[in-house]
Design a protein around this ligand. Structure first.
Ligand SMILES: [Ca+2]
Length: 470
């Protein structure tokens, strides 16, 4: 009798343990890859000139969102919005140096939600703009090679180091140094992330591992070999190296960020020679960072973690590489707002691309749904998991972005933006028809035939602005 009882207890205990084991095993890990200033100029976005085999490989096993829009086209604000799942307003998530914990003190962050569910959470590189923002998000101190003993400028060439030492200005906005991958920050970041993957595997807990790569943010510094991947003769200025016809002045800017570097004039256009070097340098940085991402993805495979890990890769906003005669981000054009987003999740075999409109506030609820985690109250986006299930399905009819006073609404066909003064009086408007003008060269706001469309978009935009103030 005692023996039977003992066997019975053993069976019950075994079943309980194995169920717990199963439940633990089902919790997917998250590899959360942010890439600073990466625009969707990648092979998997149909761009032929760029060399991005690692990101393309990730995309081939996941879903590429062709129409992903950031909610605010500047680093700190975009990240704070994405990581809290809340939209920017006139008072919240405005500039590059946004602190999420100051602008949204009530918010629980995306990694914090996972940490509260028993995940081990790690932040490497640039995830929040400030390393210690919402510190309770992370199981251990966040680490960034640019801050832990390094620098964001990260120059290695004497020319630039000498300019920097002179104290006149930063160095040039680019450099090609004869160093190996770990000679710049992102190589070190890949190495730390790979070591963390090994450590996390040993630990055996579900994890949320964030790797925030620092390139292709200015300055465009990359090892020489990545510059050598591109023939200088094949680098060209964009077809629309001029402002759109009929553009309101509010839409344009002076690309002050670029002007803080040596050799860039205080006003007016950069020389064509520098423009081509900038494009070449951006490409070199994309290929450099792509190779570092490849190292991390290889490690994920080799450690046998890939099958149970959600991989999400995003660039925090777009970038003008001369389009509209602009450089940098900070604008309401598609070139600043349309951003890369690739998601590979266990159990979803629909590799390919989707044209569904999604926005960065949707990432938070999507990752929660994929990991079966309850949503915190503050979220203002919508999970796009149904799009992972069926990439062709009808989805959001519009997405929204804002920058300073410019408010934008994008539907499948149009991108409409408006700027108002303190009293709500409209100062500038622009609308582009992406069906016939995907590069946004002609603002058609004055066309008689577009006025009804503008009214509809305006009404939706104003309703959205009112609803996001919480
Ligand atoms: Ca950025």
């Amino acid at each position: 009798m005692y023996k039977l009882l003992k066997i019975g207890c053993f069976i019950i205990l075994s079943v309980t343990l194995s169920c717990q084991g199963k439940k633990e095993a089902k919790k997917p890990n998250v590899l959360f890859i942010a890439v600073d200033d990466l625009r969707p100029e990648l092979g998997c976005y149909g761009q032929k000139q760029i060399i991005s085999p690692s990101i393309d490989r990730l995309a081939s096993g996941g879903l590429t969102f062709i129409n992903a829009y950031c909610n605010v086209p500047v680093c700190g604000a975009s990240r704070a919005s994405l990581l809290t799942g809340m939209r920017p307003t006139a008072d919240r998530f405005v500039g590059y140096a946004t602190r999420a914990e100051e602008d949204a003190p009530q918010a629980v962050s995306l990694p914090e939600v996972f940490r509260n569910e028993g995940y081990y959470t790690i932040s490497n590189g640039k995830v929040f703009h400030h390393l210690n923002d919402i510190r309770e998000s992370w199981s251990e101190d966040p680490w960034n090679p640019a801050e832990n003993g390094g620098s964001y400028l990260n120059y290695q060439a004497d020319t630039n180091l000498n300019i920097l030492r002179s104290g006149i200005k930063r160095g040039l906005p680019y450099e090609a140094a004869d160093v190996d991958d770990n000679g710049y920050n992102d190589g070190l970041l890949a190495e730390k992330t790979i070591n963390d993957l090994k450590r996390l595997k040993e630990m055996g807990k579900p994890f949320f591992l964030a790797a925030g790569f620092l390139k292709p943010h200015l300055p465009f510094n990359a090892p020489q070999k990545y510059w050598d991947m591109y023939e200088p003769d094949e680098i060209q200025l964009p077809d629309n190296y001029y402002p759109p016809q009929g553009v309101p002045k509010e839409a344009m800017h002076n690309f002050g960020e670029l002007r803080s570097y040596y050799g860039v004039p205080a006003k007016g256009p950069v020389s064509d020679e520098m423009a081509l070097q900038l494009i070449h340098g951006y490409y070199a940085c994309v290929s450099y960072v792509d190779a570092q991402i490849g190292r991390v993805l290889d490690a994920l495979d080799e450690l046998g973690l890939a099958d149970n890990t959600i991989v999400v890769l995003w660039g925090d906003h777009g970038w003008q590489l001369g389009e509209h005669s602009l450089w940098c981000k900070h604008a309401n054009f598609k070139t600043s707002l349309n951003s890369p987003l690739i998601v590979k999740a266990p159990g979803f075999k629909n590799a390919g691309e989707t044209r569904a409109l999604v926005e960065f506030v949707d990432i938070f609820p999507s990752l929660c749904e994929l990991a079966n985690i309850d949503l915190p109250k503050q979220l203002q986006g919508k999970s796009f998991v149904p799009v992972l299930e069926n990439p062709q399905r009808t989805w959001k009819d519009a997405v929204y972005s804002r920058y300073i006073r410019g408010e934008s609404i994008k539907n499948q066909r149009y991108l409409y933006s408006e700027w108002t003064d303190e009293n709500g009086v409209i100062q500038g408007q622009m609308i582009y028809d992406h069906n016939i003008d995907p590069d946004e060269n002609q603002n058609i706001i004055s066309d008689v035939s577009i006025q009804d469309t503008v009214k509809v978009l305006q009404r939706k935009l104003h309703q959205a602005i009112e609803s996001r103030t919480k």
